[in-house]
Design a binder for this molecule. Structure first.
Ligand code: ATP
Length: 221
């Protein structure tokens, strides 16, 4: 299996005091649907932020699509986030003043894409997530589950190598949680999109291809 994302001896310390990650080595293959499991404070968000180029490690290497990420190169990091990574957050992070359709299109505004192509792609993705009839609704007019569907569509619009989801179902009731998790799995299976999903719910881990367990900043079996 082709490796999409890999870490080598990744370490992260905050203020020279807190060790958030200690010698993390992992590899995720193309099309995998992986859960990153660990209790509060185990380093899950720290790892996800570094993988997504939002934060830099103290030492060690991140390789994406077999290229080493240069955390000192701001422009390269922006390009990486824009072209290779899709993000889904616990709190949806939609832009309140934009409609569902505009929120989904938003990441492509900076990619100089043809407007018609952008619209069409966003409309396709809204259909994929089951919200074709909500395209012109604003976030405040949608439920939490619907907002997260929009956020998933937005994460997919740049055709990322991997979607990094940080507790994507953490703000949802159990029924909606199952639906959103099922939607991500469906996207994974239909489009071979790679997912790394942070959760602290063991139950969800059982519905993935593989679980990576973090304990005090290290990967455990
Ligand atoms: N900006 C920061 N400055 C100092 N310490 C931090 C910072 N961010 C995180 N930490 C510490 O690093 C460790 C890992 O935190 P992290 O947020 O990655 O854990 P987590 O597994 O995502 O937790 P949770 O499930 O509660 O979100 C914790 O001990 C935390 O207190």
């Amino acid at each position: 299996m082709e490796t999409i994302i890999e870490t080598r001896h990744l370490n992260k310390a905050y203020n020279d005091q807190v060790t958030a990650l200690a010698d993390v080595n992992l590899a995720i293959g193309k099309g995998e649907f992986v859960a990153l499991l660990g209790r509060s404070g185990s380093g899950k968000s720290t790892l996800l932020n570094i993988l997504g180029g939002l934060d830099a490690p103290t030492s060690g290497e991140v390789r994406i699509d077999d290229k080493s990420v240069d955390f000192g190169d701001r422009k390269a990091l922006i390009a990486l986030r824009r072209e290779s990574i899709g993000f889904v957050f616990q709190s949806f992070n939609l832009i309140p003043a934009l409609t569902a359709q505009e929120n989904v299109e938003y990441p492509l505004l900076f990619n100089y894409r043809d407007t018609a192509v952008r619209r069409e792609r966003a409309a396709d993705l809204l259909s994929l997530v089951g919200l074709a009839d909500r395209a012109h609704h604003y976030p405040r007019e949608m439920s939490g589950g619907e907002q997260q569907r929009v956020a998933i569509a937005r994460a997919l619009i740049g055709e990322p190598l991997i979607v990094l989801a940080d507790e994507p179902t953490g703000n949802l009731d159990s029924k909606t949680r199952d639906e959103i998790f099922g939607l991500m799995r469906q996207v994974n299976q239909e489009r071979e999109t790679t997912f790394l999903i942070v959760t602290h719910e063991r139950e969800l881990g059982k519905r993935t291809d593989r679980v990576i367990n973090l304990l005090d900043g290290s990967v455990v079996a």
